[in-house]
Design a protein around this ligand. Structure first.
Ligand SMILES: NC(=O)c1ccc[n+]([C@@H]2O[C@H](COP(=O)([O-])OP(=O)(O)OC[C@H]3O[C@@H](n4cnc5c(N)ncnc54)[C@H](OP(=O)(O)O)[C@@H]3O)[C@@H](O)[C@H]2O)c1
Length: 340
């Protein structure tokens, strides 16, 4: 099969279109023909091994491969069609169009992906195309996780810092559906799109610092690792909640101290990306509470361009790779697949 592979960490040019062995599903797995995969900020970070949050580096390097990537096919979030099921799988059937997360197995930048049927995998929303659905799981699962932890009460005020990214755009929509009044912070180019997703107010972080405005909020959801923790806490009302979506080690420690000492709550827990959360997202999408956030779709062969677009931050929404447009080519073996 065709896959976008990389055999060394580096710039977008390390991504190449290769022929690799197609995976064979085990008894508890399904084989998915991938239609589309989101090219995420996290994919770019794993490819380059540059993380804005530095403490990630060592544990992730040990997991991902010290000298070169162990799993050479990136892509954690996708939509595709089930084309084969293992004999002990009964919850999915051949022909089902599913979307979800391949978790640390990655592999969605390839034409075929074998995953345990009990992974975060469920039929895609009926009112989204495969391309649109592929752009949901990363942002949607992470945003839903944090919005639930925020314990939003209708009418509460919430500031989302980094609201124009994949996670932020879903957070804006989910927070609005839970009744929050949302102030979105991101760069000016994303203003109209973010307001179109339901945000009540927009701040361009390049020209204004929300922590210097004298306004306070019930909840702050912060996806920006360079934020000042102290300044954010000053912008929280009594009883307010601070959700650190991309925390530095020092912020994680300070969250613990805040919870212990003060009357504000701070949390940094990572999303578990559960099946229940994905099914909830499906219901919200089908009810019209979450809209598609696709910026641009690139053919699989242009993965390098897709990563550049994610990294140069010119995008307004999610960048998606169209995998299905390639003619299917099962069982070509030049590079052996290293994602199993
Ligand atoms: N906590 C978790 O469980 C979890 C899970 C997945 C991913 N992550 C991490 O979370 C990060 C964000 O994910 P994502 O996919 O949403 O990334 P993304 O799509 O790149 O979104 C980040 C957004 O923040 C904006 N931004 C940058 N600096 C800012 C600032 N100083 N103030 C306000 N906004 C700013 C960016 O805009 P510009 O155009 O100006 O750069 C961009 O729109 C990634 O680093 C990812 O690895 C965390």
């Amino acid at each position: 099969m065709k896959a976008i592979t990389y055999s060394s960490y580096g710039p977008p040019d390390v991504l190449v279109l290769s022929d690799v062995d197609a995976p064979t599903p085990a008894a508890d797995e399904v084989l998915i023909r991938v239609h589309a995969a989101e090219a995420t900020k996290a994919d770019c970070e794993m490819r380059s091994f540059h993380f804005s949050v530095k403490w990630f580096w060592l544990p992730l390097r040990l997991v991902m491969g010290v000298r070169r990537p162990r799993r050479q096919i990136l892509g954690g979030y996708f939509c595709g069609e089930v084309v084969e099921v293992g004999h002990s799988v009964d919850q999915l059937a051949v022909g089902d169009l599913v979307y979800g997360s391949s978790q640390l197995q990655l592999g969605a930048y390839g034409e075929y992906l074998a995953l345990p049927a009990n992974y975060t995998l469920t039929p895609k929303p009926t009112n989204m195309s495969p391309t649109e659905a592929a752009a949901v799981p990363l942002g949607g699962l992470n945003a839903l996780h944090f919005m639930r932890r925020a314990n939003i009460r209708p009418g509460e005020t919430m500031l989302i810092n980094g609201a124009g990214g994949s996670i932020g755009l879903h957070a804006v929509q989910i927070a609005k559906s839970m009744g929050a009044r949302v102030t979105a912070v991101d760069s000016a180019v994303k203003r109209d799109f973010v307001l179109g997703m339901g945000a009540d107010r927009f701040i361009d972080y390049r020209t204004r610092d929300f922590t210097q405005e004298g306004k306070t909020y019930d909840i702050i959801f912060d996806m920006v690792p360079s934020s000042s923790y102290r300044a954010c806490m000053r912008c929280l009302n009594q009883g307010g909640r601070y959700l650190a979506g991309n925390p530095r080690l020092s912020v994680m420690l300070r969250c613990l101290v805040t919870n212990w000492l003060g009357n504000k709550m701070a949390t940094f827990a990572f999303a578990k990306e559960t099946m229940e959360e994905l099914q909830t997202l499906t219901t919200m999408i089908e009810a019209g509470k979450i809209k598609p956030i696709v910026d641009k779709v690139f053919p699989m062969a242009e993965a390098t361009k897709a990563h550049r677009r994610v990294e140069t931050e010119q995008r307004i929404g999610a960048v998606v790779l169209a995998i299905r447009e390639q003619p299917p080519t099962l069982c070509l073996a030049k590079v052996s697949s290293t994602n199993r």
